[in-house]
Design a protein around this ligand. Structure first.
Ligand code: ADP
Length: 450
């Protein structure tokens, strides 16, 4: 079932039930009030008759009773054994079949009739001619009451219809109001699927409601997807471009060996060395690309002592390089919530770069800030010009391509480091003075020791 039909159906059904309940309540309240009024009036009349009978013992009772005969009614006097002590007084003889009853107490009841208005009867005990206790029964046909109730019934029916029509119209307007944005969202999505043109929804002149929020979020999502898609495209094209150079070097050496390898055995050594080093390069590139893809995901986080982690990383370098690495720290216990391997990777990349792009000592400083820890990796090397500072964090970006290549760089290290820091809600930045050196700063939120 369509959503618009559901909205219309639900709102109309809800209103119908509500109207029916309210109207039924009104009908029965009015019915009871009107009937009570009739009953009070008839009881009053019966009382008057009893008083008149008591006050005028000399007037023939049937004559006296005739004076009180209601237009749409009847008066009867019923004896103890149910027989009538006086002939029925009525203007309409069709009433004479109505049942009569003897009662010592004052009672009142409704006598229901088919196809005509019901009767109301009030019974009161009276002393009859021979001192016997008889029952005076006054009957009244509820003609006016029935007519009024009938009129009220039709009025309420018409009122219900009048209320229901605007409800149905409002239901379909509401359906349209809600569905239009959903329809436009669906059609925009379909368009985007069929043609990848990143179409967004036009939000001009729209009221700021929940549907507006939904469409706005959709537009933000489209921007995000477009951005990611373009980044992936650039990454794939950059990666294939980066792989092209070592592949063509390997290929040209292989062809050289094929053509002239047999006559010039000295070429074999040179070619095998070049092929081996290019294969190493390709391996490193592929490994780093995989690392970059892996670091887009959230690893397993745990509470870890970043000072110990920094020392462990520095120790790895101390064995491999004969360079001075100085570690300074405010405290031996600074705790962060993070992935051990990923954070070690960041410190590793920064120290590796500092060693690659400088010849002097490298300083690693850890300082505790109010809610963060700052880890600086400082070198005294060539530095980075101002205009390059943002670009060096881009994938495959290298300031001096050939120099970085010589040093075994891929241009992916800082991109990997930045992605890891962002995943850890931290940041990575650089301050540098060309000719004097660079300082890379990692900022990470800290957690309590316990
Ligand atoms: P690479 O594998 O080339 O080192 P990175 O992404 O780690 O790739 O670094 C990108 C570029 O930033 C490097 O090619 C280099 O030009 C520059 N760079 C990085 N670290 C330093 C540093 N400590 N000093 C000078 N330049 C640096």
């Amino acid at each position: 079932m369509k959503l618009s039909t559901k909205i219309r159906l639900f709102s109309s059904l809800f209103m119908l039930i509500l109207v029916l309940l309210v109207n039924t309540a009104i009908y029965y309240m009015f019915h009871t009030m009107s009937l009570n009024g009739e009953r009070a009036e008839l009881t009053e009349q019966a009382n008057e008759i009893v008083t008149a009978l008591n006050d005028s013992p000399n007037i023939a009772k049937s004559d006296l009773l005739r004076a009180y005969l209601p237009t749409d009614g009847m008066i009867r006097v019923v004896g103890k054994d149910g027989n009538l002590l006086m002939s029925t007084l009525t203007k309409d003889w069709s009433y004479k079949d109505l049942p009569s009853s003897y009662s010592k107490k004052q009672t009142s009841r409704i006598i229901p009739l088919k196809d005509q208005a019901n009767f109301l009867t009030v019974s009161k005990p009276i002393i009859w001619k021979n001192g016997e206790v008889a029952t005076l029964q006054v009957y009244k046909q509820l003609v006016a009451h029935t007519e009024t109730m009938e009129t009220l019934f039709y009025v309420l029916m018409v009122a219900s219809i009048i209320v229901l029509i605007p409800t149905i119209i409002a239901g379909s307007l509401l359906g349209r109001f809600i569905l239009n944005p959903i329809k436009s969202l669906t059609s925009t999505m379909k368009e985007n699927i069929s043609s990848t043109n990143w179409k967004k929804i036009n939000l001009e002149n729209r009221s700021r409601d929940e549907l507006y929020e939904m469409e706005k979020t959709f537009n933000v999502m489209i921007d995000y997807l477009k951005d990611n898609f373009e980044k992936q495209e650039i990454f794939v094209s950059d990666a294939s471009h980066e792989l092209k150079t070592p592949i063509s070097i390997v290929k040209s050496y292989a062809q050289l060996l094929k053509r002239r390898g047999r006559e010039n055995p000295e070429l074999i050594n040179e070619s095998v060395q070049a092929i081996d080093s290019e294969a190493d390069r390709m391996q490193k590139l592929v490994e780093q690309m995989l690392l970059l893809a892996k670091n887009q995901e959230q690893g397993a986080y745990s509470k870890l002592n970043i000072v110990q982690l920094a020392w462990a990383t520095v120790d790895q370098f101390k064995g491999a390089y004969n360079r001075e690495l100085i570690v300074e720290t405010d405290s031996q216990d600074i705790y962060v919530n993070g992935n051990y391997d990923q954070l070690q990777q960041v410190i590793y990349i920064l120290i590796d770069n500092a060693l690659k792009y400088s010849d002097k000592s490298v300083n690693i400083t850890l300082s505790q800030q109010p809610s963060e820890v700052q880890i600086n990796v400082q070198d005294y090397g060539q530095g980075i010009p101002q205009e390059e500072m943002e670009k060096i964090f881009d994938r495959f970006y290298r300031m001096e391509k050939s120099r970085s290549r010589e040093l075994g760089g891929t241009g992916l290290g800082l991109a990997i480091a930045k992605a890891i820091m962002e995943k850890h809600h931290g940041s990575l930045s650089v301050i540098s003075n060309p000719g004097e050196g660079s300082t890379f700063s990692m900022m990470l939120p800290t957690i309590n020791r316990n």
